[in-house]
Design a protein around this ligand. Structure first.
Ligand SMILES: *Cc1c(COP(=O)(O)O)cnc(C)c1O
Length: 465
């Protein structure tokens, strides 16, 4: 419709607000319909349906990549309604974008799958920016509370360790309290006090593959009036959905298994509605992810490119079958390594020798099945002559032929990493001890190759020792 055919009612702010209300109702109708579907169906379709395709996108069966920095408005009233957040609109791609919208809606539904929870998501330019967006709002100044601290598992990704210890701790003076044994509830409890703003854990942790009792830690956090934030990158919603066990916010480095092709750095922050927090506005607590998107995320600017959003969405469609295959292979590979004479130990939640095997059984299930599956990531410790050495480990690692040597995981291609000399190099000896990163540990992130070929390559690597 051209501008000069426009009806006079459109020259009225209320017209656009009412249009916005219809759009919100339509979105809710599509969410309600989609929530009844199984995991694979939601992952494949999300909220993008035939009606929308015909109305908006010339019938395109795939969500288009909206390569545009900004949205145009029909008139000033339309613009005013949009920019005051009184009608859904995307205005500017740092804040929102139609391609990113489809990714966010799908991710929010998958993390809250099989629950009655309402949830929202904001997609970010990286996993690290999702973690920052999820945590920083709880660190606001409040003189009525004791000095700020945060309580976090020490078994976290190297980048998270640095963000908390350097950026929050050293630079901002926030007391970062590390929980060294995350399966011990009393250690979490002992570290929380009136100044604690949130509790943070990784499930399972990268690279040590440690887990914790999500339900118990969530209960503990809530009894102290604070939220539990969980990074479940290494499980993905196809295995573990922390919101269902009481977590308030989930962060995903969707860079990993969700966008398994390995083309995109992308983060996701998914929050259930009505989170628990001592600080922040009612609006923030009611719908944290949407609030974050409208305010701090907009101001800090870690927006995701539309191309990255659609590439991630394309990989998410096959998340569940991929996780099933990768988990089966990772178990086979773990069993092979565990009995190998040159191997000291293997950490994999699916092995009965895993210290928290019972917890793993409780929390790690392939969605829409009765099968326990334990993910794609394992850590193998190679036998050395003395503690602290890595001579044999380097021989094994450098001897790998098909498996990639890279600081990456969750790929369709198997990747191995010596974390002490790479991802966890910057945090120093003390930090590595805190996080239990040993010099003889190699993290193996199993891909979708045939298990026989993965094992053959590992075997010939070990034969170099
Ligand atoms: C990789 C990773 C991150 C960081 O994600 P990026 O997308 O690389 O910024 C955070 N947490 C875990 C567990 C990770 O593996």
């Amino acid at each position: 419709m051209s501008l000069n055919q426009q009806s006079p009612t459109k020259k009225d702010l209320n017209y656009w607000i009412e249009t916005g209300q219809k759009m919100v109702a339509d979105r809710q109708r599509r969410i309600d319909r989609t929530k009844k579907w199984k995991f694979d169906t939601i992952a494949t379709h999300g909220l993008y349906d035939l009606t929308q395709a015909l109305q908006l996108n010339s019938g395109s069966i795939m969500e288009p990549v909206y390569m545009s920095t900004a949205q145009a408005y029909e008139n000033s009233y339309h613009m005013e309604a949009g920019l005051s957040y009184q009608m859904p609109n995307w205005c500017y791609s740092r804040i929102a974008n139609p391609s990113t919208y489809f990714l966010e809606e799908t991710a929010a539904l998958l993390e809250a799958y099989d629950t009655d929870l309402a949830s929202s998501c904001v997609a970010t330019a990286s996993g690290m920016s999702a973690i920052r967006t999820a945590t920083e709002p709880f660190l606001i100044k409040d003189d009525s509370l004791p000095p700020i601290n945060i309580v976090t598992s020490a078994k976290v990704y190297g980048g998270t360790f640095q963000q908390f210890s350097i950026r929050r701790g050293q630079e901002q003076g926030i007391d970062v309290r590390w929980v060294t044994n995350p399966t011990d509830i009393s250690e979490w409890a002992a570290k929380i006090d009136g100044g604690t703003r949130f509790v943070y854990g990784e499930f399972p942790s990268n690279p040590s593959v440690d887990i914790f009792d999500i339900e118990a830690v969530a209960e503990l956090a809530h009894s102290n009036g604070i939220p539990l934030i969980v990074d479940s990158t290494c499980a993905s919603p196809a295995l573990t959905r922390p919101l269902a066990f009481g977590a308030d916010i989930v962060v995903q480095s969707a860079t990993k298994v969700m966008a398994a092709s390995g083309t995109t750095i992308v983060g996701l922050l998914i929050a259930r509605h009505n989170i628990i927090s001592k600080v922040g506005s009612d609006e923030m607590k009611a719908d944290f992810a949407t609030w974050a998107k409208f305010w701090p995320f907009r101001d800090n600017g870690p927006g995701l490119h539309a191309m990255g959003a659609i590439m991630t969405l394309n990989d998410i469609r096959t998340l569940r079958p991929r996780i099933a295959q990768m988990s089966r292979t990772a178990l086979t590979v773990s069993k092979f390594l565990e009995t190998h004479p040159k191997v000291d130990r293997v950490f994999y939640p699916g092995l009965t020798s895993y210290p928290a095997y019972d917890l793993a059984k409780k929390y790690m299930h392939l969605v829409d099945s009765d099968e326990n599956h334990y993910g794609y990531m394992l850590t193998v410790e190679i036998k050395e002559a003395r503690d602290g050495e890595n001579t044999n480990t380097r021989k094994f690692y450098d001897g790998l032929d098909m498996i990639w040597r890279a600081t990456d995981l969750g790929r369709v291609k198997t990747v191995a990493c010596m974390n002490a000399i790479s991802t966890h190099q910057q945090q120093g000896e003390e930090g590595r001890t805190l996080a239990s990163i040993k010099p003889n540990a190699v993290r193996v992130a199993v891909g979708v190759e045939h298990p026989d070929d993965i094992i053959t390559d590992l075997e010939q690597g070990l034969s170099q020792i």
